[in-house]
Design a protein around this ligand. Structure first.
Ligand code: NOJ
Length: 533
């Protein structure tokens, strides 16, 4: 079984993880200092580090001005090399962001491209003439609000920016641009990275005629997504997801495969794509499984937090995946309100058990292992235009001062709140019953259980009495486990198909003994039961 199928991935938001140089902003040296926590104390297998590239930080690193260097805020290439070596020495894989859809407007490619209509790099970006009345080339709207088109007075054409106007979209139809992007992958593969999380992969090919998007009569803003209301006023069908992108993905994959074969270490591509019907979603894996290794599955963020929706979402992914493909699950990320905020604090423990017991690769967002909720920041103080600061607050390592995130007396870039201090790593390590204690036990049980790592998934019918429960078997030739999750507040009883013994409860640090075939669950409790073979 390849490493990434067994792995639990941990997402680090570098600005907020740990500050190694005392300037109030997290950095690479800070991450290096916490690798023992990740590999040892917590027990994850891979880290995905958000963007570390030089950037004006308009979109906090997703506006890149140099794709082959490190922003001084985070350190330098020597620090990065040390991070990779130190992670590998602890058996931790390193995944980094690759942002193929856009650059910063300060990137030298764009500076050249905008300098004149006949510059050799003009076609590296998406330029178009105004409509005869001078208006933008299409009606496309951006997540930040307003048009995706910005007029460049100097050359009289508009450039496309699917995000902020400081993030011009590149043109993947141009072979030289594609070659330059593939060289970026090679640069980081040569430095030893194990894979890439590929930003907005569904957006890299647009309709070549730049057709208007159909207007959406009844906009339904997604409450879990932080987008400007303008964004939702149309169906985003022509500004993204053009089928030509699958060919571009195969080109990326070929580069990764070449490195995997040459070095004997599998390098992976994870696509970040928006919610879409399952058949479109699996297309990113490629017809011959020659696309990305997997695309992040944000269904647990998008779907309702109730047993029926979750069951439907799990079964839909299982049914949609072609033979040989592998599922994955994500509970929170850098762009969405945290789990504890979306679904309430009662959901945290049972969600941990859900994430870490399903068939597939889980991705855990930093701080979720502490049960952190969003911080409250008034819009006037948002640093991110969409308010995503709320789910990006500094990690509380200790209960004092700045929570050990940065030095005492230093002003952290976002506040370390009293609530965060009360949930610090230090205090939770001292309490076996804490959320962190549960995560540690779950990760250890997962690692030691062939059924959780590699077993089949089989739903258990919980009947009318268990309508707030989600239950499934994980079957492996050497072991069968039942996972029983009560998402509601009331006690309930679930019948197992065969007797077994409780391995782990979300509520008790110490496992209780086997209950026979009837398992009584407290409100919001989850248990893992080993079924007698
Ligand atoms: C998705 C990233 O997660 C988000 O933070 C960013 O703003 C957009 N892509 C644009 O790069």
């Amino acid at each position: 079984m390849t490493w990434w199928r067994r792995a639990v991935i941990y997402e680090i938001y570098p600005r907020s993880f740990a500050d190694g140089n005392g300037d109030g902003i997290g950095d690479i040296r800070g991450i290096i200092g916490r690798l023992d926590y990740l590999a040892g104390t917590l027990g994850v297998d891979a880290i995905w580090c958000g963007p570390l590239y030089p950037s004006p930080q308009v979109d906090f690193g997703y506006d890149i001005s140099d794709m082959t260097d490190i922003d001084p805020v985070f350190g330098d290439l020597a620090d990065f090399d040390e991070l990779v070596a130190a992670a590998h020495a602890r058996n931790l894989r390193v995944i980094i962001d690759f942002v193929p859809n856009h650059t910063s407007d300060r990137h030298p490619w764009f500076v050249e491209s905008r300098s004149s209509r006949d510059n050799p790099k003009r076609d590296w970006y998406v330029w178009a003439d105004p409509k005869p009345d001078g208006s933008p080339p299409s009606n496309w709207t951006s997540e930040q609000g307003g048009s995706t088109w910005e007029l460049d007075e100097h050359t009289g054409q508009y450039y496309l920016h699917s995000f902020h106007r400081a993030q011009p979209d590149v043109n993947w139809r141009n072979p030289e641009l594609r070659a330059a992007m593939l060289d970026v992958l090679r640069f980081w593969l040569d430095r030893g990275v194990d894979g890439f999380r590929i930003d907005v992969l569904h957006m890299i090919a647009k309709h070549p005629e730049l057709r208007d998007n159909p207007v959406r009569e009844h906009p339904e803003p997604n409450p879990t997504d932080r987008q400007h209301p303008d964004y939702d006023t149309q169906w985003h069908v022509h500004d993204r997801m053009h089928p030509d992108l699958h060919g571009y993905i195969r080109e990326m994959r070929a580069v990764l495969d070449e490195y995997s074969e040459r070095t004997g270490r599998e390098r992976i591509a994870i696509g970040e794509i928006e919610a879409m019907p399952w058949d479109a979603w699996v297309a990113y894996l490629g017809e011959e499984l020659d696309g990305v290794h997997f695309t992040f599955n944000f269904n647990f963020i998008e779907a309702g937090w109730d047993a029926e929706s979750l069951r439907g979402s799990i079964e839909a992914q299982e049914a949609a995946l072609p033979a040989g493909a592998w599922p994955n699950y994500v509970l929170s990320n850098l762009d969405r309100p945290r789990l504890a905020t979306r679904n309430g604090p009662d959901s945290v423990r049972v969600a941990a058990m859900l994430l870490l017991t399903l068939r597939g690769t889980p991705t855990l967002y930093y701080g979720d292992e502490l049960g952190l909720a969003d911080i409250d920041i008034p819009p006037a103080q948002w640093q991110d235009p969409l308010g995503r600061d709320q789910e990006r607050a500094p990690m509380p390592w200790t209960a004092r001062d700045n929570g050990g995130f940065t030095g005492p007396g230093v002003r952290p870039w976002l506040p370390v709140t009293a609530e965060y201090l009360s949930r610090s790593v230090e205090s939770q390590l001292a309490d076996e019953g804490s959320v962190l204690g549960l995560y540690r036990r779950l990760l250890a049980v997962r690692r030691a259980s062939p059924a959780l790592v590699d077993g089949d998934h089989e739903p258990i019918d919980t009947g009318a009495a268990g309508k707030h429960c989600l239950a499934y078997l994980r079957r492996h030739p050497d072991q069968t486990l039942a996972v029983l999750l009560n998402l509601g507040p009331d006690e309930t009883t679930i019948e197992l198909p065969a007797p077994g013994g409780v391995v782990l409860s979300s509520h008790d640090p110490v496992a209780t003994t086997g209950p026979g075939t009837a398992v009584r669950l407290r409100g919001y409790e989850g248990v893992i039961v080993e079924i007698a073979q």
